[in-house]
Design a protein around this ligand. Structure first.
Ligand code: LIP
Length: 265
């Protein structure tokens, strides 16, 4: 098997090149269609960027599995999986709102060993490898230290069905008085990278997909942060939590879990 460093470098290169491709289409007219609901949109740029990534990964890593948001799945034999979101934050991309990324996670069986998240509009590349730390471009990044729960800035997001969004907003109202404030960027992978670099103290969301969080969860933990799921430390569609301290991560999980399945449509 290739070294994990090979996957780190490849994920970074693929993410940067795919983000450049997506960004070149940003000012051009593009087609928009909806998926699970009228709010769950996808553009031809999502699909073209995914096709680019699937073709490049398949060419350079022909025996690896690919798991991709817009359906570009390939089944491999190597035990290595590439988990890709061609544009995380599609709504933002459509509105030219500055928060969308290309996210690429690499897993060895079920363990994430490399992750790269490229901010499409800013061009910044967040990346990490298991055991080597987290970086933004060439600079090491680390979570913000010493935050108190009542002073914490928390990111979150909302799903696509009205029932789910109402339940998520009602939950948010129940905790917003116990924290500093919330931020809602519209791209889970970027929220998680913001935790890794200290722009956010914590983040929680229900209803995500593996391509939203696989790469950025590693970037959080390699930056000294903590990632939790509904039980244990594996994030999932049921619940993804990240924070600079285990105390804050545990606080957020303890608040959300009694309300699950918050994500139910
Ligand atoms: C988005 C997530 C975001 C969530 C949005 C949406 P997409 O992913 O990154 O955190 O709140 O509802 O799911 O669909 O833009 O790739």
């Amino acid at each position: 098997m290739k070294s994990y460093q090979t996957f780190v470098e490849a994920a970074k290169t693929f993410a940067v090149d795919a983000a450049r491709l997506a960004n070149s289409s940003r000012k051009r007219h593009f087609s928009v269609s909806s998926k699970s609901s009228v709010n769950d949109m996808v553009t031809n740029v999502d699909k073209e960027t995914e096709t680019y990534l699937v073709e490049r990964i398949s060419r350079e890593f022909p025996n690896d599995t690919i798991i991709a948001e817009e359906g570009g799945h390939r089944t491999g034999t190597s035990g290595i999986s590439w988990v890709i979101d061609p544009i995380d934050g599609t709504t933002n991309f459509i509105y030219d709102f500055p928060s969308c990324t290309v996210s690429i996670g690499v897993q060895d069986n079920d363990t994430t060993v490399a992750g790269a998240v490229c901010d499409v509009m800013q061009g910044d590349i967040y990346w990490a490898g298991v055991g080597i730390g987290s970086f933004k471009n060439a600079d090491p990044i680390h979570v913000r230290d010493g935050v108190l729960i009542e002073n914490s800035l928390i990111g979150t997001g909302f799903g696509y069905s009205s029932a789910r969004r109402i339940a998520q907003a009602e939950f948010l109202a129940s905790i917003i008085g116990e924290i500093r404030d919330i931020r809602r960027t519209g791209a889970a992978s970027l929220d998680l990278c913001y935790v890794a670099e200290g722009r956010l103290d914590g983040y929680y969301e229900v209803g995500l997909w593996p391509w939203d969080f696989t790469a950025a969860a590693l970037i959080v933990t390699e930056a000294g942060g903590f990632v939790l799921g509904p039980k244990g430390t594996t994030p999932s569609g049921e619940l993804t939590v990240a924070a600079s301290t285990m105390e804050l991560a545990s606080f957020l999980r303890a608040k959300v879990v009694p309300h699950l399945p918050l994500a139910d449509a």
